[in-house]
Design a protein around this ligand. Structure first.
Ligand code: TGC
Ligand code: FAD
Length: 390
């Protein structure tokens, strides 16, 4: 009774283990207690609620699938997905913080870092004592990151890093940044850049109408001396950041379901209570059409992510399968948010309800981690063997 309503039309809970349900329910209870009551206010003020960082770590929001020896929660991919779903039910911006820390900062250090780097950073990232960000996008290279111009030179005892990244979640307060840059031969590598290094600044991006409770900024590197031990040696080339994106996009596919669930649940309750022309608007065919289509789309999205989770647990999920789920589910959620908003009439545009905030947040989610168009092109390339990007 203490928890959110969670649509489960096809009894998908039967497919979950006791551990999955435990992890999900504790994330759900935490979001209801710590995020939902405060998030509208922070979003209105365009401020990230830093006080939730510790709790996010405690519910497994930072590195849910990173092994326990490095401070992670050691959970499987379905648990990871369920945590993202519950966090994004609260707010996409909070889920972004969790996605970035887990899949874009901890994941590359775990997969491509040295044992020293893992021990130095991962346990502190898992608790939120250190916060990280991920710099791939540049002002002139968004969908096409392989064109990046940020670069580093080997100066003998250190690297010299120059360039700029844009649209970086958590940049304004991050302690470390995993930065993708080209070496002198044009090969992409990951470097760990720490706040305080001379020439490294992180100006905040203001005036966003979307993802307002998440801090976004730039990363500027002006002759930054990066110690050689901060290079991630395990993998180079665009494939290294792309593997991080695979993991984050998978989490977003689940997260979008959370935002959609919250919009659907809010609209259903409102429609049952709101009386116009002497009857609840839920008793009209037009509003039932909206609500029935919402639960159908949520159910389809749940099936997609559950199966994708199984494939990821088995190490079989492809990048193109992940793209399909990210694209479908975010589009599903943004459409549900828009329809749900209308069911609430004028009340739908206020901060009394979460729908307008979800709707605006999802405008970022449909753009970042590969735009809606790019994911379609990834599917197109996969089924035809003819990439249409270039
Ligand atoms: P392409 O020629 O396809 O590939 C270049 C090299 O990379 C390899 N590769 C992968 N390896 C492992 N896993 C993957 N998923 C891989 N994808 C590609 C590939 O095999 C190749 O290797 P090699 O050895 O042959 O050189 O690359 P392309 O330049 O044609 O680009 C492909 C494209 C467009 C699909 C890709 O670049 C793309 O996905 N663009 C979208 C960019 C994007 O998603 N940016 C996200 C930035 S981070 C972010 O938004 C965080 S939001 C914060 C939050 O979550 O809150
Ligand atoms: P562009 O690439 O310029 O695309 C513009 C339009 O052109 C899009 O509609 C796109 O689909 C379309 N398009 C592009 N190429 C093609 C093509 N070949 N064929 C057809 N259409 C095409 N990045 C990070 O690295 N780290 C982060 O933490 C991060 N956080 C973000 C947070 C927010 C709030 C936002 C908004 C973005 C964030 N990003 C981050 C950046 C994000 O990944 C990029 O915005 C995204 O990849 C798109 O790049 P772009 O904005 O440069 O758009």
């Amino acid at each position: 009774p203490d928890l959110f309503q969670a649509p489960d039309y096809y009894l998908l809970d039967d497919l979950l283990t006791e551990e999955h349900k435990l992890v999900r329910d504790s994330a759900r209870a935490w979001v209801k207690r710590e995020v939902s009551p405060i998030i509208e206010d922070y979003a209105q003020r365009a401020e990230f609620p830093k006080q939730i960082i510790k709790g996010l770590g405690e519910i497994g929001g930072f590195g849910p699938y990173i092994p326990e020896e490095y401070g992670g929660a050691g959970l499987d991919q379905i648990s990871y997905g369920l945590i993202m779903q519950e966090i994004e039910r609260g707010d996409s911006g909070v889920r972004s913080t969790s996605s970035v820390q887990s899949s874009l900062v901890m994941y590359p250090i775990w997969k491509f870092g040295t044992e020293e780097q893992r021990m130095k950073y991962l346990p502190k990232l898992a608790t939120g004592e250190f916060m990280g960000c991920f710099g791939l996008t540049e002002p002139d290279y968004g969908s096409n990151p392989s064109g990046m111009v940020t670069n580093f030179k080997d100066m003998g005892d250190h690297y010299l890093l120059n360039g700029a990244k844009m649209w970086i979640s958590n940049a304004p307060f991050a302690d470390i940044a995993v930065v993708w840059a080209k070496d002198e031969s044009g090969r992409i590598h990951g470097l760990i850049v720490e706040r305080g290094m001379e020439g490294f600044t992180t100006p905040e991006t203001h005036n966003k109408w979307s993802l307002r409770a998440s801090a976004t900024g730039e990363l500027i590197f002006d002759n930054v001396k990066v110690p050689k031990e901060n290079l991630l040696p395990g993998k180079s080339g665009l494939g290294a950041p792309m593997m991080c994106l695979d993991s984050a996009r998978y989490g977003i596919a689940w997260g979008a379901i959370g935002a959609a669930m919250d919009c659907y649940d809010t609209a259903l309750r409102y429609a049952k209570e709101r009386i116009q022309f002497d009857k609840p608007i839920a008793a009209t065919q037009l509003q039932q059409k909206k609500l029935a289509e919402m639960i159908t789309e949520i159910t389809k999205a749940q099936l997609l992510t559950w199966r994708l989770g199984v494939l990821r647990n088995e190490g079989k999920a492809t990048t193109a399968q992940i793209s399909m789920a990210k694209r479908n589910n975010v589009d599903m959620a943004i459409n549900i948010a828009r329809e749900a908003r209308q069911i609430l009439g004028g009340m739908g545009i206020t901060g009394e309800y979460s729908i307008m905030r979800h709707s605006m947040n999802l405008e970022s989610v449909i753009t970042y981690e590969g735009t809606h168009d790019i994911h379609l092109l990834i599917t197109g390339a996969d089924i035809t063997g003819m990439p249409a990007f270039k």
